[in-house]
Design a protein around this ligand. Structure first.
Ligand SMILES: C[S@@+](CC[C@H](N)C(=O)[O-])C[C@H]1O[C@@H](n2cnc3c(N)ncnc32)[C@H](O)[C@@H]1O
Length: 328
């Protein structure tokens, strides 16, 4: 026998598909560009069972996660995360009937203590608790949501967008399995000036370095007496940061975690059985926002001293002349 809840799902899906068909938009939403221009509200179109599985796989859900589905429809994403991964979470939707259906579905699935649904606009939803945010929304809404997500979500929070990603934010991963899933990891705010202290095999060392940031893309360099050492291979993934400093004839590989105005981690030098590992720590001495963009850019693009040479085009690939000469 088919339950009342199932019938209601079937009826609302059929009604939605008919509406989309009437609007000439089947099998996808209305043309994305057209919808973005018109700022059409995202209609209800449930993810398929396959979509839900792939989306949760991309998000790498675990029992410790708090999953928030923005525009949760009949609740299938948060319910699956609770049922199959032991996660908890909630969903919000502007359609009151769908919210009631989602809560009923959660009860039926035996996860109503871990999956809740609220009748609420996405923009009025507090997202700070989330470790994973999922959304299947039209581009116009996705892009309007970006500042809210970046302001409220903690570094390391995963965002998985089904079919419609952010303009101008390079996904950390794109997975195409019949549909497209974009994974974004919320980056820590690291732009500014930092003082790093460590003990290297050669003794105590301290660097003052600057970081410029465009979402998860970072670049920068360290000023040392009489020199400028670019940060090579600088990467930011959530709250994990890594970079390489070449000082003299050695490379130092820094790996660490960012917590507000503190970075801590390990630095490795040498290879194989000659590798040495030490701890490092950096504190922020200047927040990028305390400088105008122009001043900060000038700080970073300041010419390296005369005994350094930079590879053409790549502004920050500067090495002491003696190092390049030694490499020949
Ligand atoms: C395409 S459906 C996705 C449903 C569900 N997440 C899934 O993947 O099966 C989009 C949902 O977003 C809801 N929605 C659209 N704009 C919203 C807003 N501003 N606030 C809350 N919900 C919204 C719609 O009512 C609809 O149920």
């Amino acid at each position: 026998m088919i339950s009342k809840a199932r019938w209601r799902t079937v009826i609302s899906v059929v009604a939605c598909l008919l509406a989309l068909w009437a609007a000439g938009s089947w099998p996808r939403f209305a043309d994305a560009a057209q919808a973005a221009a018109l700022d059409v509200p995202t209609p209800y179109l449930p993810s398929t069972r396959l979509d839900v599985e792939e989306l949760l796989r991309v998000a790498a859900i675990g029992p410790q996660d708090v999953v928030v589905d923005l525009g949760s429809g009949d609740g299938r994403i948060v319910i699956a995360a609770a049922k199959h991964f032991g996660a908890r979470g909630f969903g919000v939707d502007i359609d009151e009937k769908l919210v009631a259906l989602a809560n009923e579905n959660a009860r039926e699935a035996g996860v109503s203590d871990r999956a809740r649904f609220y009748h609420r606009d996405i923009f009025a939803t507090d997202l700070r608790e989330a470790t994973v945010v999922t959304m299947y929304l039209l581009s116009s809404l996705v892009n309007r949501l970006r500042p809210k997500l970046l302001a409220e979500l903690r570094p390391g929070t995963r965002i998985v967008a089904h079919d419609y990603g952010f303009d101008g934010w390079k996904p950390d991963r794109t997975v195409v399995i019949t549909k497209t899933f974009y994974l974004y990891v919320v980056p820590a705010q690291v732009a500014g000036k930092w003082r790093l202290e460590t003990t290297l095999p050669e003794g105590e060392r301290s660097y003052e370095f600057e970081l410029n940031q465009q979402l998860q893309e970072i670049r920068g360099g360290a000023r040392v007496p009489g020199g400028y050492l670019p940060l090579f291979e600088a990467r930011l993934a959530g709250d994990r940061i890594s970079f390489v400093i070449v000082d003299g004839q050695r490379s130092y590989h820094f790996d660490g975690r960012v917590t507000g105005s503190l970075m801590e981690g390990t630095v490795k030098s040498g290879i194989g059985n000659a590798q040495v590992e030490n701890r490092w720590r950096a504190t922020r001495i200047l927040h990028a926002s305390s400088l105008s963009d122009l001043a900060f850019d000038r700080l970073l693009t300041a010419k390296p001293p005369a005994d350094f040479e930079c590879a053409p085009i790549i502004n920050h690939s500067c090495l002491p002349k003696r190092t390049r000469a030694g490499q020949k």
